[in-house]
Design a protein around this ligand. Sequence first.
Ligand code: NI
Length: 176
Amino acid sequence: MIREVLRMGDPRLLQKAQPVAQFGTAELAALLADMRDTMAHHNGAGLAAPQIGVDLRVAIFGVRANPRYPRAEEVPDTVLINPVIEPLAADQEEDWEGCLSVPGMRGMVPRFRYLRYAGFDEQGRRFERVVEGFHARVVQHECDHLDGILYPMHIRDLRKFGFNEALFPDQELPLE
Ligand code: NI
């Protein structure tokens, strides 16, 4: 079921979400089905449970290669629960981000370039990945949602924050 996505300004987006305690449940499966439906409906690259008003440390993300967005690297479809992120170097890089909770806008956000992340899938199986670049960016964006952080809070130069059509006239837009 497609759920309403909360928008920036809603205090539920600013909470630290609670860890999932039970895996493999019908409730968790239903939550993930709703999150997938909602993300697909909005053509998102990722979605965190707090964005649909569910106070749990659950995120999904995934980006397929798309010729319309040659800069968007492929990211595997992933369910990430109770995640832990560890930056592997101090290097940061800036790039444009969007968010389904900040519709129609983009901002230039610094993120760690290299990181290791670990977490659990819906069955409670632990996994760990070492990633960089766009994949690392997506993970940091989604995990921020679980701590009540939205990407505009990271923008260093607010001149690089604005509406899609004004920032990128006549261009195909990158994913949100
Ligand atoms: Ni977001």
